[in-house]
Ligand binder design. Structure first.
Ligand SMILES: NC(=O)c1ccc[n+]([C@@H]2O[C@H](COP(=O)([O-])OP(=O)(O)OC[C@H]3O[C@@H](n4cnc5c(N)ncnc54)[C@H](O)[C@@H]3O)[C@@H](O)[C@H]2O)c1
Length: 436
């Protein structure tokens, strides 16, 4: 089967490469000429473990190619996926659907055979109806079905998630759509991955409900962490104690500096806007968004406290270890590190930072931060060391070297990577999240 993937960013590229690996004939399309040029040279536009090898082997096998020419790319494709961005619209937080609709228009005008158009982008309820209207308006005479197929992959584990998903959700309104999608995912049918067929609107909502629920779990445990600090509890014990309950589950119960990334912040906001439009409030999600926003700067203030408070922090130096919103990605979108660095700069603290993959993308977002080549270069002369992202490289720091290089052995561990007793024994003034 031939598949066209319009949008070759994080989701489009990973999905396209994995579909090719299933044996389909895949063309990845993007309007960004330099991205397509680099992909043709085998250079990945993003950092994702295993992606370069997967792309290379499927290109070599002749199953995966790249183009900027949409009309050529979608020719003879049975399934045309839309995997372009749906960022927050400036000003109001609604999902910006202009990229999705632009692709729908172009597809309608270029279609040369019957096809299923699949929105893989995260889109608010009702977007499929509008895509269908645009395609109809384009005057195409070919049979077209519009299907919703949201993507649940996690950056950093994207290939595994795509190939062994917890579930596949397909929102289709007719048999043509369902049949083609069955063919697309046949290898996963054979693997017995659960495939859920729903209406298009339910499918669109499932994606937002899933992300809002996960964001709620994170925010819940973060507030429990704050309470632990006040009452003398240990949030990791609390998380384990509740997570072993099968009804709750242990995942997404790691206290930290607040959620960030390319999905949760924008998707929770977009869900609020949908709820507002339909006059059906989602007050829990409203609270989650507010609590998480406040938390990021609060983490910056926590570092200032560790320096001895605002009175003495001015003129001191902080080392940030990790900048990306989570490890194994170079994605800096809405990373808590941005607000933390800003709060430190506002308090007159100078910041040096190191991240294994994120520094290139971080530079324009954090112009006040000095980027350095390795963790120890950041630590040298620092009055406080802050673990912002739990990259493996920070899990086994040479503590003797850290102490020797830092101006003061003060460490704020926002990911609870180290054990408090061990750090105290090693001579550090150590603070973490929700533990004593
Ligand atoms: N990143 C994730 O982890 C993740 C996970 C699940 C779902 N999603 C959703 O998937 C969608 C895509 O996200 P992403 O992170 O891959 O975005 P991205 O910004 O990495 O990639 C989008 C790509 O689309 C291209 N594009 C835009 N308009 C185009 C057009 N008219 N024709 C061709 N190409 C065009 C851009 O050049 C870019 O390369 C979003 O809706 C997002 O919410 C993302």
């Amino acid at each position: 089967m031939k598949i066209a993937m319009v949008g070759s960013g994080y989701v489009g590229l990973v999905s396209g490469a994995c579909f090719a690996d299933f044996g389909h004939d895949v063309v990845c399309i993007d309007k960004d000429q330099s991205k397509i040029d680099r992909l043709r040279e085998g250079v990945m536009p993003i950092y994702e473990p295993g992606l370069d090898a997967l792309v290379a082997s499927n290109v070599k096998a002749g199953r995966l190619s790249f183009t900027t020419d949409l009309a050529e790319g979608i020719k003879d494709a049975s399934a045309i996926f839309i995997a372009v961005g749906t960022p927050s619209r400036r000003g109001d937080g609604h999902a910006d659907l202009s990229y999705v609709y632009a692709v729908a228009r172009e597809v309608g005008e270029s279609l040369s055979n019957d096809a299923v158009v699949v929105t893989k982008s995260t889109v608010p309820v009702g977007t499929g109806d509008e895509v269908e209207r645009i395609l109809r308006e384009s005057g195409t005479t070919h049979r077209v079905a519009v299907v919703s197929n949201p993507e649940f992959l996690r950056e950093g584990a994207a290939i595994g998630d795509f190939k062994r998903p917890d579930r596949i959700v397909i929102g289709a309104e007719d048999d043509f759509g369902r049949e083609v999608m069955r063919e697309v995912y046949r290898p996963l049918f054979l693997n017995e991955s659960p495939i859920l067929f729903t209406s298009r609107r339910s499918s669109e909502l499932i994606k937002y409900a899933a992300n809002a629920f996960l964001a709620t779990k994170i925010t819940f445990i973060n507030e429990m962490a704050d309470l632990c600090e006040k009452v003398g509890g240990n949030v990791q014990d609390v998380a384990r104690g509740i997570g072993l309950d099968g009804r709750i589950g242990g995942k997404f119960l790691h206290a930290g500096p607040g959620y960030g990334g390319s999905c949760f912040p924008k998707d929770t906001l977009a869900l609020l806007k949908t709820a507002e439009d339909y006059e059906s409030p989602v007050r829990i999600v409203e609270a989650v968004v507010k609590v998480n926003d406040l938390r990021k700067r609060a983490m910056g203030r926590k570092v200032v406290e560790a320096l001895g408070g605002a009175e003495v922090a001015r003129g001191k130096r902080a080392a940030l270890l990790g900048l990306t919103f989570k490890p194994n990605t170079d994605d800096m979108r809405d990373s808590p590190a941005i607000a933390i660095a800003q709060t430190l700069a506002d308090a007159g603290v100078s910041v040096a930072a190191y991240d294994p993959e994120g520094m290139e993308l971080a530079k324009p977002l954090m112009p006040e931060v000095e980027m350095v080549a390795d963790p120890y270069a950041a630590i040298e002369g620092a009055d406080v060391i802050v673990i912002v992202t739990e990259w493996d490289a920070f899990r086994a720091l040479d503590l003797g070297r850290v102490k020797a290089l830092a101006k003061a052995p003060v460490l704020v561990d926002l990911r609870n990577v180290y054990k408090p007793e061990m750090m105290r024994e090693a001579g550090f003034a150590y603070t973490s999240v929700g533990r004593h």
